[in-house]
Design a protein around this ligand. Sequence first.
Ligand code: PMP
Ligand code: GLN
Length: 379
Amino acid sequence: NASNGSDAAVNIFSRMSRLATKHGAINLAQGFPDFACDGALIECAAAALRGENNQYAPVAGLPSLRAAIAEKILSEMDVHVDPDQEITVTAGAAQAIFTAIGCMLCPGDEVLILEPAYDSYIPAILAKGGVPRIVTLKAPDFRINWDEVEHAVTPRTRVLIINSPNNPSGRVLNLTEINALALIAEKHDLLIISDEVYEHIVFDGKQHHSFLQHAKLRSRSFVVFSFGKTLHVTGWKIGYCVAPPAYTRKLQALHQYAIFSVNAPLQAGIAAYLGCHRGAWSLSDLFLPKRDRLRAGLVENGFTLCETQGTYFQLAEFSNVRNDLTDFEFADWLTISGGVACIPLSSFYSGMDNGKYVRFCFAKKDETIDIALSRLRRL
Ligand code: PMP
Ligand code: GLN
């Protein structure tokens, strides 16, 4: 995060991508696929651009896209969501989170965060005059002590932000943990922002349990998703937020002034694509071989691995490769001298030393992973 990076104004993903470009490194740092999305999606988007969808969409999002999202949620999760009252199309999950925090928080309100955490949460809280309250989870297993979580709650605590499958830890919350969280949320009347952007990437028989499927949690949650992740188009920056009608009204009251509405032709393109997509949305079969390809190569090259239950990120401990560097120094060194860019784990924490771990993204062509591994072999 900003306190650890060398340039406080530039986030870690921009910084490492820039460094990768400058030194010709394979970019396993910033999380984005380097392979093409489904050609049918491009055809749908192109058709929408050629059609009549080039003016403002409604604030909530195109009705056709909201209907398609409700349909997707029903078929995947067996949950009914009202497309007119509970769905807001957003400029990526990041804007959904920023706006949810913006519409619910008053200055001085506290927000509980489990670290490691995605880098946009704390700036959004601070922008609203809120106070982040951090519970730290430690590598390698990132176990959650729910008593510790509850102890961090104060009378000022208003919101809890949770992300599963988790970037960067790769952990997936199980039902026991979700029930423990629900008890705390109920007892202390907390709102929840559930960041579920990696909902379709889970491995080894693990299952993603959406907060939409948990009646008690659903009634107090903003649940956030990203088409960038699900459709391999991170640059489109389109996601959505599902929340109870009263929260959705508050969200849209701010959303209409923050952005008014999201890119209309791409919304129409996604709606058309969802309409003709049949079958499951799971991306596990796509990403599992990539995960295991990267893991095998990292182990061969001296790294020690954390378990990756979900997401397209792998955490690796590097002390057998270089024991003399911090994770920030190692990430710079690996990018500049090794030709492979990664992200230091400490960038997902508020300023403490978090050991010798870096994060690699495996949402890449097999050739890209192989080139990166061949470079590691030459270290
Ligand atoms: N949350 C998490 C955990 C993420 O990894 C990302 C993507 N980097 C986002 C939110 C933001 O998603 P989007 O690109 O759709 O805004
Ligand atoms: N979510 C992506 C990651 O974790 C990066 C998004 C961004 O660059 N802001 O790598």
